[in-house]
Ligand binder design. Sequence first.
Ligand code: MN
Length: 266
Amino acid sequence: MKDITRRNALQTAATMTVGAAVGTITASCATTATGMKTPFAVSDTYIPIVGSDMVYPVRRIYCIGRNYRAHSIEMGSNPDREPPFFFQKPTDAIQNVAIGTVGEHPYPTLTKNYHYEVELVAALSKGGRNIPVESALQHVYAYAVGLDMTRRDLQRAMGDEKKPWEIGKSFDRSAPIGPLHLADKTGHFTKGGIWLKVNGQSKQNANLSQMIWSVAEQISRLSQAFELQAGDIIYSGTPENVGPVVRGDTIECGIEGLPNLSVKIV
Ligand code: MN
């Protein structure tokens, strides 16, 4: 399902049964089928859902920064003093990678220091404002393994100049992701191994329990700043030992309880 076209997704939507859990997704698909004419086609973004004939429509991609203690320190921050902060990637940064395949991930332009960051991704099926931490996980529909690929040199340069991070974080294909797994089936991820290897060599190896701000806390905080909506996904931060890759390298990464995600840098 490397290339999910709008037409396929709409056909899928048309054949699916309507249930409470998917009501918002149905509504979202319906709004794309209003029949209005456009001068050209712009592709929508979808992520496959394991065990389902539906695909997940992506509205926004939120990412949290410096959410593991040791990574916060390696990035030059004080993990005890910093409130959570967020940035976004454009939805078309998504690169879907099917289970058991190695996605071909293009080395981007302009950078000489291209970094991996393995992250747990939470996908929402319900939005809201000022969501309490206690009920926040009720908004999570599914989880996936994702990579927050980063042009580190450009991110740092912009940060040093107090300019926005976009060029370092929010570029084409900067968000490789495996398929979504329903939270109903996997349960919610609050602990478990999170790891990444490059060419078979261990690079990142930590535990989700080491997040400074849990997924529930992230949803709660985000919903104070933005009205969250169904279709929003959240990259929940990377542990320590981020580092560079070059063309020809293969990244394999995973989270305990989810299938591995692999990409080759081309
Ligand atoms: Mn990240």
